[in-house]
Write a protein that binds this ligand. Structure first.
Ligand code: HEM
Length: 156
């Protein structure tokens, strides 16, 4: 989550300086990163009884794949879902930390850690630029977790 946030802040023109000048905007920036590029993209569930979801019958014992990364691009909830928009009125309505009784216990800690790390980085430096071509960045191969294998950036 820290890596993804630094990545977005480094590649969005003006973002690094904006975050430094308005540190109160860091929290919303992070939420939009979690919605669009968050580390938790999916998980599995098993149905404990026959049920139905959106008109689809699911017998007891079915394996259901939750895709939070897809739900976070629901255009009914987030207009222009693929755009990075830091002033969405419902900026925290994403499910990047899950939902309901399994909502992430560590969400407050993860949000705080990321805010503190990004705040320290933008204060300590003027610019951040990707040190490699953007199209050479690779994510770890995983259906459940999205994270960069490495993020070479130049801070000055
Ligand atoms: C970037 C950081 C994090 C992300 C994106 C994240 C995401 C999630 C998601 C999506 C779930 C729901 C799992 C499900 O419904 O199957 C979850 C659950 C959980 N998370 Fe996190 N998490 C993060 C950090 C943390 C941290 C720092 C902790 C603990 C210190 C933590 C502890 C937990 C626990 C214990 C659950 C299970 C809650 C339950 O089943 O009742 N998470 N997390």
């Amino acid at each position: 989550m820290i890596g993804a946030t630094v990545h977005h802040a480094a590649q969005t023109p003006g973002a690094w300086a904006n975050l430094r000048e308005a540190p109160e905007s860091i929290a919303a920036f992070i939420e939009e990163v979690v919605r669009l590029d968050g580390p938790a993209t999916g998980n599995l569930r098993r149905t404990t009884r026959d049920t139905e979801l959106a008109g689809v019958r699911l017998p007891e014992g079915s394996t259901v794949s939750l895709l939070w990364g897809s739900a976070n691009r629901d255009e009914a909830e987030f207009p222009e879902p693929d755009r990075f928009v830091v002033d969405r009125p419902n900026i925290k309505a994403h499910v990047g930390f899950g939902l309901g009784k399994h909502f992430c216990l560590g969400a407050a800690l993860a949000r705080m850690e990321t805010r503190v790390a990004v705040d320290a980085l933008v204060r300590a430096t003027e610019h951040a630029t990707l040190a490699v071509e953007a199209n050479t960045l690779r994510h770890k191969p995983s259906l459940m977790i999205r994270r960069l294998q490495s993020l070479p950036i130049t801070l000055d």
